[in-house]
Design a protein around this ligand. Sequence first.
Ligand code: AFD
Ligand code: MN
Ligand code: MN
Length: 395
Amino acid sequence: MTSQQTEQVWKALDSFRIELPSWGFADTGTRFGKFHQPAAAATIEEKFSDAAEVNRVTGVCPTLALHVLWDFKGERSAAEVTELAARTGIRAGSINPNLFQDQIYKFGSLGNPDPKIRETASQHILESIAIATTVNSRDISLWFADGSNYPGTQNIRHRKAWFEDGLRSAHAALKNDQRLLVEYKPFEPAFYHTDIADWGMALELARAAGPQAKVLVDTGHHYSAQNIEQIVAWLLDSNMLGGFHFNDRRYADDDLTLGSIDPYQVFRIFHEIVLFEFETGKPADIAYMVDQSHNLKPKIEAMIQTVTTAQELFAKAAIVDHEKLAATQMTCALVDAETCLKDAFATDVRPVIEEWRIARGLPPQPMAAFRESGYQQRIEAERGSKGRGGGSSYA
Ligand code: AFD
Ligand code: MN
Ligand code: MN
């Protein structure tokens, strides 16, 4: 790598921060069952502790996304979060309302045909905004399981209107520096239609809600043929990209670890962001968040792996030769233009990342540092090594 490329990687890593999900440290499963992990976090204190360990070895994860109902139980917990944040050095990150687990949401939340249930869902979002204000979080991150399973069972346009109303009233309660992030997902748990199924619906609803609402791109929430980097480029250009939930999918929203199936696609997504920042001269105001809760990989190791994978792919995107790319695109020199991306993607940036870590007082190999720390053995001794459940929706 040239000295200029090394400089580009260091600059990119200095600004790249990744938010961890509290639910990623808790025991989870699939609809076919749950596989307990030794010492999986079951309390908000344990989640903050595990997140702090990931941040200790990586140095780039200062915030923890929190899920209302899983992490906030009653008034006390907002104060508890503030104490934990001070104690662990991990700040509360995005606040995720829970609008999909309560029995009343069987036929939807903001999209439910019963106005009383829509009102309950709206109240929960307002409570979540109040929690975000208490713990100084900027983002209220909204994912809705709403939809239907059979043709003809719901009026799609009425539900769209109810979502517009619900999101508009949520937006009205935001403080000036807060944001609503509207996440889309093509299917699951609804299998005929999902009310916010793609980026276009999320964009329309965010615009209807108000200027502080943006779209959240969950990288797993796309059909395998979808061009995610094109969606990202459009949202960036429209100033409507609020952030990401990182995971990967082989078939469709399989909640696999970022880059485990298609690292080149993640690199192309990051390339669109780095190119946007290069051409506009301003940083993209994006929340990079992990959304994983894997039930087979060891929880904390999977989180460290996702963070270091994201750093590596972002560093590769940082060394694309943008001048050469622009010139070859203008002349349609196809092979040379494509080679600009492929050369960057093929570059082994790991040695430079390790140098950067050492220069920043961090362990050069976060996974090795975690394994040598004895943290996992300690929490198994403290928490007991049998699954204890609790802590996430999949409990
Ligand atoms: C599930 C949903 C969605 C949501 C996450 C956290 O598919 O991605 O953001 O849970 O609530 O993965
Ligand atoms: Mn998500
Ligand atoms: Mn998901």
